[in-house]
Design a protein around this ligand. Sequence first.
Ligand code: NDP
Length: 274
Amino acid sequence: MHQIPDVTLNNGVKMPQLGFGVFQVPDEDTAVAVSNALQAGYRSIDTAAIYGNERGVGRAIAESSLARDELFITTKLWNDEQGYEATLNAFDASLGNLGLDYVDLYLIHWPAPARDLYLDTYRALEKILAEGRARAIGVSNFQVAHLQRLMDNTGVTPAVNQVELHPGLQQQELRAFHAQHGITTEAWSPLAQGAVLRDKAVLELAARHDVSPAQIVLRWHLQIGNVVIPKSVTPERIQQNLDVFSFQLTHGDLQAITALDRGLRTGPDPDTLN
Ligand code: NDP
């Protein structure tokens, strides 16, 4: 069994630094994928209302023999449920789908700036936090300006900002802002959905360390302090992505990956997705 290190969030809650994402996994396949992940040793699962697979995650949790407090479950509020009352209702629905009475982390999925509802939405998250129905709250896809406005107008600094982050999009400015304000950086599409695994520099490092390209990229995330949530429905990859604690990248290796930053998104632009 692999020992996954925790990071300590700004409210003292501990979160595994490596978790398992289920974006684009159909609900009927999700329980099997999550059960495989739990069996392999993952304890943190990242889902979202919009993924339509919270029920599948819930089935895997119910079928596992793990105690609830051994797990770290994240879900997210979708854009069309933003607003104070709508958020409270959507949160209840997510808990029902998951079959849980609390989540470990609840996130606003996108700032959706044109809706201009993320402040009221976050106030609902603060209520959920105060009630103990989420152990930590945070955001996803927030840019510096969205974070600053949120922090200027609400009472709880987000514990986490989950953003697109991989060697081709390293988010240096956002990561520096997070570090300054005690916000944990969580990387989505940490493997750029596989695109970065064909990069020459990554392939060279994989050959040198005798590991896979995915293991090199995940190790890079971990060594620069990111929380990382790779997705796979392939049992060997689920195992492989967890096997990243028995080797170290050197300073030079890390620099070779830093040189791959192109500022290129594979997903939507948070300023325009609403
Ligand atoms: P990832 O970067 O995790 O890449 C997943 C892809 O890489 C899949 O096609 C998978 O294939 C493949 N893969 C996984 N491991 C390996 C490996 N060891 N070798 C080769 N290929 C591999 O992409 P995601 O977009 O899924 O991001 C991860 C998670 O981040 C999501 O599942 C979700 O939880 C979260 N996310 C959050 C977003 C947000 O807006 N907050 C947006 C997007 C994602 P296969 O499954 O076939 O094995």
